[in-house]
Write a protein that binds this ligand. Structure first.
Ligand SMILES: O=c1ccn([C@@H]2O[C@H](COP(=O)(O)O)[C@@H](O)[C@H]2O)c(=O)[nH]1
Length: 248
């Protein structure tokens, strides 16, 4: 069974290789996976992903692909060839886009004798609340209804899991298969700022609700002592895991 620290994904939202590696080295094994997102990737390219993997840490490449099926499938093949453990696309790109991406990733993993990456579909961004979803983006229905609809579409398309806020975990656990992976950003300990996250829970609450992995960025990376902040979060996650009743 995975330990709490294995279920912690730290978002390296920084501008340079040096800043990223400082955090990686400070956290060491007190984190299961490092997430490289569009800020770091667009600053320094694939080199940082490859360097972190070469240091022995799994990388979640969070570029949130959203394009026509052929383009996303080819991009999925490229990121798979780099050896990432997880990557993202937007569920709102549709079933064909997600299905072709998952197929191409699996094919490339086989061809290159790499582990098949976990393909994750982003449902509704954790920075959105009911009002922004309905009034700005123009999507009808509640956040929960939309997250569930997109999660079901992702499951039908054959991707391995979804990204959603911790507030939707109970609903997703009720309606999605038990092996469907739920990754939740929007995680905020009581001692951290919410920043631009709208749908949040604490690490303890998110783990108790049944999250597989938590993504945490600024509460760790902007802390005076990132290693200590990570350890505090892992302790909170452990308490949540102890409260968990059904899902492992
Ligand atoms: O819905 C989403 C999807 C992705 N993210 C990413 O997670 C981290 C969260 O960072 P914090 O500093 O802990 O807010 C960030 O890289 C986002 O791009 C998300 O927040 N919500």
């Amino acid at each position: 069974m995975l330990l709490a620290k294995d279920r912690l994904i730290v978002a390296l939202d920084v501008d340079s290789r040096e800043e990223a590696l400082t955090i990686v080295k400070a956290l060491g094994n007190n984190c299961g996976t490092f997430k490289v997102g569009m800020q770091l990737h667009n600053s320094v390219g694939f080199a940082i992903t490859e360097e972190i993997i070469a240091l022995g840490y799994p990388v979640f490449l969070d570029l949130k692909f959203h394009d026509i099926p052929n383009t996303v499938a080819k991009a999925s093949s490229v990121v798979t060839s780099k050896g990432v453990s997880m990557f993202t696309l937007h569920a709102s790109g549709g079933k064909a886009m997600m299905a072709q991406a998952a197929e191409e990733a699996a094919k490339k993993a086989d061809l290159t004798a790499r582990q098949k990456p976990l393909v994750l579909a982003v449902t509704i961004l954790t920075s959105m609340n009911q009002q922004t979803l309905n009034e700005e983006v123009g999507m009808a229905g509640s956040v929960e209804q939309n997250v569930l609809r997109l999660a079901r579409l992702a499951e039908e398309a054959g991707v391995g899991g979804i990204v959603a806020s911790p507030q939707e975990i109970h609903l997703l656990r009720e309606h999605c298969g038990k092996d469907f992976i739920i990754v939740t950003p929007g995680v905020r300990p009581q001692w951290a700022d919410a920043n631009d996250q709208a749908r949040t829970m604490t690490p303890q609450e998110a783990m108790a609700a049944g999250a597989d992995y938590l993504v945490v960025g600024r509460p760790i990376t902007k802390a005076a002592d990132p290693a200590q902040a990570a350890l505090r979060i892992i302790e909170e996650m452990e308490k949540g895991m102890a409260q968990r009743k059904t899902h492992q």
